[in-house]
Design a protein around this ligand. Structure first.
Ligand code: 13P
Length: 335
């Protein structure tokens, strides 16, 4: 077993998943202000540190994705990556520098951050990072994602992954087909399959060790403005179909993004995916909003109640861990 494969498995095995806490300062500001908290560096750190020092970290969270600001911060004189490793979890870092307008297809985006990446990675590794994340974004409509967006984002994801492995870290490969729009679940299935297949073509071309990556895709869902809703069971079925047809068997596991689903929806869908998982892939969570929303809401009205906030976060993490094993139920959710 290669070292990268070992780290990938430590992050996602045994019902563990990933806490995505790598919101950029702009995104985190929106999240904090939406619950009436001002977005100071101190507030961002306080909330995140409450999560990182929760008891659920030991049992249910195999990795935490950090943002550049957070990986450099200290809490009570202890470095944040150290707080995370002391909980038995792996610190990770978002290394792309964001999605910018894609020249040649102005409605779409290309993720940037390859220039100088090797040097930044060496520094992140020395700060304790064991894995990294890069997110490509794709929009859906009749003509999108365009071939240009599919090819150029796949190329960037592959170049990123190759450099990350060279620096001895596990790359999370995140091609996110956005939920925005009125497309059907079948459109999402078709386009997501095409997007993921192209990513693997490029990863193979760039000699990336597929046993040392984690794929972070969207689930197969109808657009958020679609009139044709489908059942959670159908979401699970279509998501498994998509991954069966697009992911090579060497990949150890898949950690889904929540992408705007509610907390319960994201848990219920992951649970059904695992109940019906007839692949060899581990299927778990790498949620941002769907792990943090309730905890953030609680904390915003009870800023001094650290253990109360942690209780809310512990519950969400436990429910998603159960879902990652196909053992979640409504009764357990509400007990
Ligand atoms: P959400 O689960 O909120 O979609 O965030 C996951 C993530 O890391 C997006 O890049």
């Amino acid at each position: 077993m290669s070292n990268l494969n070992k780290i990938a498995l430590e992050i996602i095995s045994n019902g563990k998943g990933i806490l995505a806490a790598d919101e950029s300062t702009g995104t985190m500001t929106k999240r904090l202000e939406s619950v009436g908290v001002s977005s100071t560096s101190e507030n961002r750190l306080s909330f995140r540190n409450i999560l990182f020092s929760s008891s659920c970290m030991k049992k249910y969270i195999g990795g935490v994705i950090l943002y550049d600001e957070t990986i450099r911060q200290l809490y009570n004189n202890i470095k944040i990556p150290e707080i995370i490793s002391n909980m038995g979890s792996h610190p990770g870092i978002k290394v792309d520098t964001g999605a910018k307008v894609l020249a040649g297809s102005r409605e779409e985006k290309i993720t940037e951050g390859l220039d100088g990446l090797r040097d930044r990675l060496k520094e992140y590794h020395s700060l304790g990072a064991k894995f990294t994340k890069w997110r490509g974004v794709y929009i859906i409509s009749e003509k999108y994602p365009s071939k240009l967006s599919i090819v150029s984002n796949a190329h960037a994801l592959a170049r990123y992954s190759a450099i990350v492995q060279e620096c001895n870290m596990v790359p999370i490969v995140e091609p996110e087909v956005l939920m925005d729009g009125n497309h059907s679940a079948n459109d999402c299935l078709k386009k997501t399959t095409e997007v993921i297949k192209k990513c693997f073509d490029e990863l193979i071309l760039h000699n990336v060790d597929l046993s040392g990556i984690i794929l972070k895709p969207n689930m197969i869902l109808p657009g958020n403005n679609s009139k044709k809703k489908i059942s959670n069971k159908e979401v699970a079925y279509l998501t498994i179909e998509c991954l069966k047809n697009s992911v090579p068997p060497e990949v150890p596991g898949i950690a889904f993004l929540s992408g705007g689903q509610s907390e319960i929806e994201a848990t219920e869908n992951l649970n059904l995916i695992n109940k019906n998982n007839n692949t060899k892939f581990i299927m778990t969570f790498s949620y941002g909003r769907a792990l943090q929303q309730s905890a953030l809401k609680y904390w915003s009205t009870n800023p001094d109640d650290i253990s109360g906030t942690q209780k809310v976060f512990n519950h969400r993490a436990e429910m998603n861990s159960l879902a990652a094993q196909g053992k979640w139920s409504n009764q357990l959710e509400n007990k």
